[in-house]
Design a binder for this molecule. Structure first.
Ligand code: SF4
Ligand code: SF4
Length: 388
């Protein structure tokens, strides 16, 4: 990958050319955002990179891609810049670089976490108990006590959210560095609507270039499967906590219990979404992608897939002797996912959402400026009347 300075300088060069051309106006929020700027600094490039959702439409429309001497390629440029964002804004930065550059980070953490959970079981139980069958209320906690699981996953959850917040604060400070106007509540509402509907992945109705020049909406639907699947599993986990700690009914719950229904729908949704996204990634035109960014994106998708597949296997085989081993493997995958989440592409949703809030703010101010009365039409003030 190019050095940071070369990459940012080349990005500014490309955006200046695009701002003179403006053929891609209306393709996505990036093109409107560059029109609101006369020139670009490094923070603008970081902002634009996280506003791009990597569809490829502008690349296929552009007559100035390689072999043209201008060498314009916004999707590849922004993919490289996003990788820089994930490393620059995380904490500790050295970990971000180490784990971000090693696509095997999740898999090493998965192996270590699984071994640690097995080690805990062997240290606190008779080794033969791993192969025993436990069923009924509280069977998940037969070998690993509930308090231990709560402690480990609360600490990992706080770690993940804490590092995300540190990165979000630094990212926000940079992309807002040249702004004086305050963000209003309505900007947050607009950005949330854009994010929840994946508005720009829809290509304003036609869809985006998922794998080649032909517009399609597959990528948008697969993102919906992953996003809403994640929310359903989160709802399932929260409801399970309510049942366990408020109603004092321990897991596992029956198949038609709301906790299991929500978890199953969410898990299946995420397996469909991640499998489809991986397929689209493999089929994607290599000219649009940066090899390293593509590998780390695929690694993240496979990590999410692994968490969900191990969770579904646990659900299917929870009444058998395989339950203990599957529970340990699933816990290992979730622990690794939480631990590496601040350094993988998962953090993209944090930066993208903040970029959309900044965009909604700019959009509102531009509209207000358009509708503001001109000097000629401006109503006369009391002071003006007085003076005359
Ligand atoms: S990507 Fe190409 S066609 Fe689109 S605005 Fe830039 S220079 Fe023009
Ligand atoms: S690749 Fe798609 S999302 Fe990214 S700048 Fe081009 S048109 Fe916009």
């Amino acid at each position: 990958m190019e050095s940071d300075k070369n990459l940012f300088d080349d990005g500014k060069r490309q955006m200046r050319l695009c701002n003179a051309c403006r053929y891609c106006e209306g393709y996505c929020a990036v093109w409107q955002a560059i029109e609101w700027r006369r020139d670009f600094d490094d923070h603008d490039m970081t902002y634009l990179a996280n506003l791009c959702h990597d569809c490829g439409d502008c690349y296929y429309a552009c007559p100035f891609t390689t072999p043209h001497q201008f060498g314009i390629n916004p999707p590849k440029l922004f993919a490289q810049l996003r990788e820089k964002t994930y490393q620059k804004y995380t904490w500790p930065v050295a970990w971000g670089k180490a784990l971000g550059e090693k696509i095997s980070g999740f898999w090493i953490a998965f192996l270590l976490a699984t071994l640690l959970f097995f080690g805990f079981i062997f240290a606190t139980n008779d080794p033969a108990s791993v192969w025993q069958k436990y069923t009924g209320e509280g069977s998940f906690y037969a070998l690993i006590p509930e308090y231990f699981m709560i402690g480990v996953f609360s600490a990992l959850g706080l770690w993940m959210i804490g590092v995300w917040l540190i990165g979000a604060r630094k990212f926000w400070r940079d992309i807002r560095s040249s702004k004086n106007e305050k963000v209003m509540f309505q900007d947050i509402v607009t950005a949330t609507k854009y994010a929840m509907s994946l508005r720009y992945l829809g290509g304003e109705g036609e869809g985006c270039a998922d794998t080649d020049e032909e517009p399609a909406t597959n990528r948008r639907w697969l993102h919906h499967f992953v996003g809403y699947g994640f929310l359903l599993t989160f709802a399932s986990t929260s409801l399970a906590a309510f049942y366990a700690h408020i109603l004092h009914i321990p897991a596992p719950y029956p198949v038609f219990h709301p906790v299991v229904i929500l978890g199953t729908l969410g898990g299946v949704g995420m397996i469909i979404g991640t499998t489809g996204l991986l397929y689209l990634k493999l089929k994607r035109d290599p000219d649009l992608t940066d090899e390293k960014a593509s590998k780390s994106g695929a690694s993240f998708i496979m990590a999410l897939w692994t968490v969900n597949v191990t969770g579904m296997l646990l659900l299917i085989f929870r009444e058998t002797a395989a339950m203990n081993s599957l529970l340990v493997i699933h816990l290992g995958s979730v622990a690794a996912f939480f631990f590496t989440a601040p350094y993988t592409k998962f953090v993209h949703f944090v930066y993208r959402y903040l970029a959309l809030v900044n965009y909604a703010n700019e959009e509102r101010l531009a509209k207000e400026e358009e509708t503001a009365p001109t000097v000629k039409n401006k109503p006369k003030t009391a002071a003006h009347h007085k003076a005359n």
